[in-house]
Design a protein around this ligand. Structure first.
Ligand code: KG4
Ligand code: ZN
Length: 343
């Protein structure tokens, strides 16, 4: 019999639902929240309210688009954490009620683990195939930056992570310094395509081992801009493409340097990208170029699987369903939530 999992994601500012049948994606619906743009970042209280408004229509559309009936659903997978507690509460409460009403199992999913699991979504279109185990994943999102060693579907070990800001956060904060709206990452990506990445130099961290640090880069960017604005009030406007390209290059260099060290240290040469920042065009291109030089096998996610989505929640639920990893109906969301060696 087929296994049909509906995924529900509400950890930050996207309300999403998706249906996976036997590992294949049938629908993937996302409602973003424009309301945060004016504030330069996600406002938690506004995010929870928007999730409340969006969740029922989003889940309904995911079911209709997948052309399934509610009776066919095998289990409900939802994001338990990490994320904004108010946002997580909306998705988890809805999922618990829905599972109770349909009398089917509930599966909690770790949002970070789920970002990596997109590499296991099957496709009827031409496909690069699933990565072989073990593989390394550079997981780069708005809230996290990690190097993860994946030994099996639900067996993952974090071997390096940021000690302060995440890569996506650095894109967003530096974009804000330049007066760009939230989220700044995609805008910097676009502006950088017309800029000179070698025009400006920003400080790179000196962190031992496989950990990352981005707060020094953000501060050096802030001071650099502040000093230049004293000389020329139109400095940002005149140089925004070069600033974006140079900043982006610095972030990518930091990420790829640690990824190279991680591969050398572990001897693993199958390399995957995941998380919102993996939508960055220069990061994708630079990783492909690097993998040619290093003879790595590289797995780059589709754009629709990079930023927050529920396909990743549903595919993780699919594997947890097969492993019999179900949650009790009184499970509560967790703002901080680890996922190593399966949860
Ligand atoms: O994974 P995600 O959707 O949410 C979290 O789990 O955090 O990642 C969102 C982050 C934001 O910081 C956003 O600016 C960044 O991903 N991002 C990008 C690009 N698209 C999204 N950063 C750089 N270039 C992009 N094209
Ligand atoms: Zn995410």
């Amino acid at each position: 019999m087929s296994i049909i999992i509906i995924g529900i994601e509400s950890s930050c500012d996207d309300t999403a639902s998706a249906v996976i049948k036997d590992g294949y994606l049938l629908s993937n619906i996302i409602a973003g929240q424009e309301v945060h743009k004016a504030y330069g970042g996600v406002v938690p209280e506004l995010a929870s309210r928007a999730h409340q408004q969006n969740i029922i229509p989003v889940v309904d559309l995911a079911i209709k688009t997948a052309c399934i009936t509610k009776k066919e659903i095998s289990a409900i997978a939802f994001t338990r954490g990490p994320g904004l507690l108010g946002s997580l509460l909306v998705g988890s409460s809805f999922s618990k009620g829905f599972a109770q009403a349909l009398n089917i199992p509930l599966i909690e999913v770790n949002h970070l683990q789920a970002h990596i699991m997109v590499h296991f979504i099957l496709s009827t279109e031409c496909d690069t195939g699933k990565p072989d185990f073990p593989f390394l994943c550079l997981l780069v999102s708005g809230g996290h930056t990690q190097l993860v060693l994946i030994n099996d579907y639900l067996d993952m070990t974090v071997i390096g992570e940021t000690i302060d800001d995440a890569a996506g956060e650095t894109f967003d904060k530096c974009a804000k310094i330049m007066g760009l709206p939230y989220p700044g990452g995609p805008l910097i990506d676009k502006l950088a395509s017309e800029g000179n990445p070698d025009r400006f130099t920003f400080s790179k961290p000196n962190v031992k081992g496989l950990n990352f640090s981005f707060s020094g880069l953000k501060t050096s960017f802030l001071y650099f801009i502040r000093d230049r604005l004293k000389e020329d009030a139109a400095f940002i406007e005149k140089n925004i493409s070069d600033l974006s390209a140079s900043l982006q290059k610095t972030i990518i260099d930091i990420l790829l340097d640690k990824l190279t060290r991680a591969s050398a240290k572990t001897g693993v040469r199958s390399i995957a990208l995941a998380g919102g920042v993996s939508a960055n065009s220069a990061l994708r291109d630079d990783l492909i170029n690097l993998s040619h030089k290093k003879h790595w096998k590289t797995y780059i996610p589709r754009f629709s699987y990079t930023t927050d989505n529920a396909a990743m929640i549903a595919i993780t639920g699919y594997y947890k369903y097969q492993a019999g990893l179900f949650s009790s109906k009184d499970v509560s969301p967790l703002a901080r939530f680890g996922y190593e060696r399966s949860v």
